[in-house]
Design a protein around this ligand. Structure first.
Ligand code: SF4
Length: 354
């Protein structure tokens, strides 16, 4: 029965069909053997991404002092976490940090700033920063993550050469008010739609380990799939002391791997990225996650330190994977077969589709 269920999930994923809610819940349930789940997810991962791992790096442009109150965040309003707090770094400094990461294998640089959303000066700072990064690294993908966007801002970022915009949905709509009171799930969806409409590659993911149920996880996966993101970062809560969720240590490596497998089934040909918290929650099982995720962050996170980059590169090689080169395309070309050229209706002898 289990083998049948997993085979069915793989077959659907290879056809880019989403699991049913029941199938999705089975992946999270410990009644199905973990290694069987990972093996099934890895078949999908290999079909669309081979053994490549895309590396991404974060540049925290402005740290701490945020007026929003996201409960998981060490930079939130009233945070007592002793994280670095600073205002905007210069475009030159950001370009230097980005160049270091690119030389270490990063294909994407994510420019992130704390805050509700950018003002005019912030957009200009990011325009200048993208220009500075592109001087030495014209090929690098620049992703921008500045919070909620207003009219015209996504278009400005796209015109400045940004490749993607990142804005996580984080948790299910039903639970959103439990983790944040200063903006809504709908606000986040709105910003993602603005970014997509402006031609930016949409990046949106989640944070797990915040008290969500299996149903919340499935609801979130469904909501994200509706937004058709190109990349989906999967974070596991880093419980910072001094934040409302600082006491939550509820994840196990088993739970994290099941969540990653589930996301691979929901996003078979989309970049699923192993993100914050992988070191502390997956621990010695990190290499198994590479069989599900095709992408990961290299280096440090916004306010906490990540595993040394050299260790990540060894882990990738030891697990039999290779770092994706700048000239390899991340999203599979096979996605193009979703475009069906019309050969019926007007201009043909066949009846129209109606
Ligand atoms: S997640 Fe972003 S918006 Fe929320 S508190 Fe942290 S920096 Fe502010």
């Amino acid at each position: 029965m289990t083998a049948e269920l997993l085979d069915q999930l793989v077959d659907k994923a290879l056809r880019r069909e989403a699991p049913t809610r029941e199938e999705a819940l089975s992946v999270l349930s410990e009644t199905v053997e973990l290694l069987d789940v990972v093996a099934a997810g890895s078949r999908v991962r290999r079909k669309f991404f081979g053994r490549r791992v895309k590396l991404n790096t974060i540049v925290n442009m402005k740290s701490g002092l945020c007026p929003e109150d996201c409960g998981y965040c060490s930079q939130r309003l009233g945070s007592a976490s002793e994280v670095l707090k600073y205002s905007w770094i210069t475009p030159g400094k950001a370009a230097e940090v980005a160049d270091h990461a690119v030389r270490a294998g990063a294909k994407r640089v994510c420019l992130v700033a704390s805050g509700r959303g950018p003002g005019e000066r912030d957009i200009r700072r990011i325009e200048d920063t993208i220009a500075a990064i592109k001087v030495d690294n014209p090929q690098v993908e620049v992703c921008v993550c500045l919070g909620l966007l207003t009219d015209g801002q996504a278009e400005r970022l796209a015109a400045a050469g940004a490749h993607a915009y990142s804005h996580n949905l984080n948790t299910s709509e039903a639970r959103y008010a439990d983790i944040c009171s200063t903006h809504t799930f709908g606000d986040r969806v709105d910003t993602l739609r603005r970014a997509t409409a402006a031609g930016l590659s949409p990046c949106s993911g989640a944070i797990f380990g915040m008290g969500e149920s299996d149903t919340d996880i499935v609801d979130l996966a469904v909501a994200l799939r509706e937004l058709d993101p190109d990349s989906v970062p999967v974070n596991f809560l880093i419980p910072f002391e001094g934040t409302p969720l600082g006491h939550r240590w509820e994840l196990t490596p088993d739970r994290c791997l099941r969540i990653l497998a589930l996301f691979r089934f929901y996003f078979p040909d989309v970049e699923v990225r192993l993100a914050g918290g992988r070191e502390i929650h997956l621990r010695t099982l990190q290499p198994l996650a590479l069989h599900l995720a095709n992408s990961m962050f290299l280096g440090d996170y916004l306010t906490s330190e990540g595993q040394p980059g050299a260790d990540d590169r060894v882990m990738i090689a030891d697990a039999g994977f290779t770092i994706e080169g700048v000239h390899e395309s991340t999203l599979p070309a096979a996605r193009h077969d979703l475009v069906a050229i019309r050969r019926r209706g007007a201009g043909t002898d066949l009846p129209a589709n109606a």
